[in-house]
Design a protein around this ligand. Structure first.
Ligand SMILES: [Zn+2]
Length: 359
């Protein structure tokens, strides 16, 4: 994952809140930090002051006791014990939606997300079945993972439900272009795709009272590249095509927009960052295409892209990222996938000369 030198990113000049604490980043907009028990050790969530109607919270943290305890104090101190009107989640990943079921029950807030993200969360939190388990095993087996890594990855079964013990049963559906009133300000729902299928971001235009704001979820982040993965339930998906189209879409927002990302620090430089991320993926694609001059398994491509030791959680995301890039190259006609040996896939560069001769 590429790092952006700090001097190229214009971070908001304010202190980063400690876990469970908050910082006002614009009038009525609180930046709250919550802990995560991963190498990525935090998530940013946002509280928008809607005055008498109550707060709008954007993202929730994991559904674990530590997060619930942090929220109890935040509801009292950061939000001053005032009501919570709605809980919005940007996408279905456990660090964003995990505590939503509890938070909605605890506060009486409504729950808002896109239909796809809500359905994903409902489906995954309901647990697996034999057919899904078989699809998962097939996906990782075909990738050519070593037996030990394969066993560890398959042993993660149920990880989603542990981070997301409940998902709200009723939805206020968000669609691209919807306007959410928060106090006397309007936030517009922005779409996109790639990190997940139908994430939402929220944009508020600049006005006399403050700068333009974008709550970006994981669709655009400073310093780290959002994970773009193909998953066992849709093994031939090309989410990278969706993501690259989404990156291009940020040019529709003003360049000076203050971006409030789910990880890292608030920053300005939306267009520059989108350009960096697009270049990162272009470099990755070129690297993989060169590598596949000799046939490769997805696991071998993963090791080449991520040479440092990976734990099981990281292996899943790294392998998914490799397969997403391989699928994109197949969709572009640059690679082909062939079954080889006992159920392992090999990816090979399409030889331009051979293709021309065959025509
Ligand atoms: Zn995410």
């Amino acid at each position: 994952m590429p790092s952006t030198p700090d001097d190229e990113t214009d971070y908001l000049p304010c202190a980063t809140p400690d876990p469970g604490r908050w910082q006002e980043v614009a009038p009525g907009v609180l930046w709250i930090r919550l802990s995560l028990p991963f190498q990525l050790d935090h998530i940013n969530v946002w509280a928008l002051d809607g005055g008498a109607a109550g707060w709008t919270l954007v993202d929730c943290g994991l559904g674990d006791p530590r997060t619930r305890a942090a929220w109890e104090l935040l509801l009292r101190d950061a939000l001053g014990g005032r009501p919570v009107e709605r809980v919005v989640v940007t996408h279905f990943h456990p660090d964003h939606i995990g505590a939503a079921g509890w938070l909605v029950e605890r506060t009486g807030a409504s729950f808002a997300a896109s239909l796809t993200e809500w359905l994903f969360a409902r489906t995954l939190s309901a647990g697996s079945d034999a057919a899904t388990d078989a699809a998962v095993e097939r996906f990782y087996r075909r990738s050519g993972l070593e037996p030990e890594a394969l066993a560890a990855v398959l042993g993660r079964k149920g990880a989603y439900g542990r981070g997301v013990p409940s998902v709200p049963a009723t939805l206020t559906r968000l669609r691209v272009g919807d306007r959410l009133p928060v106090g006397d300000r309007l936030w517009t729902v922005i779409g996109g795709s790639g990190h997940t299928a139908e994430p939402v971001s929220l944009h508020r235009q600049a006005d006399a009272a403050g700068p333009g704001l974008l709550i970006s979820g994981d669709q655009i982040l400073p310093r780290i590249s959002p994970n773009i993965s193909a998953w066992p339930t849709e093994p031939e998906a090309d989410p990278l095509a969706d993501y690259l189209a989404s990156l291009a879409g940020w040019s529709a927002l003003p360049a000076e927009t203050l971006v409030l990302p789910s990880h890292g620090r608030p920053f300005r430089g939306l267009h520059a960052r989108a350009g960096e991320l697009a270049r990162h993926h272009a470099e990755r694609l070129a690297e993989i295409e060169a590598l596949c001059a000799t046939p490769q398994t997805a696991a071998a491509v993963t090791r080449a892209l991520f040479p440092r030791p990976l734990d099981t959680h990281q292996t899943v995301f790294a392998l998914g990222e490799a397969v997403a890039h391989l699928n994109h190259l197949i969709a572009k006609g640059r690679l082909e996938r062939r079954a080889a040996g006992p159920g392992v896939d090999l990816y090979r560069r399409v030889d331009d000369t051979a293709a021309v001769t065959a025509r």
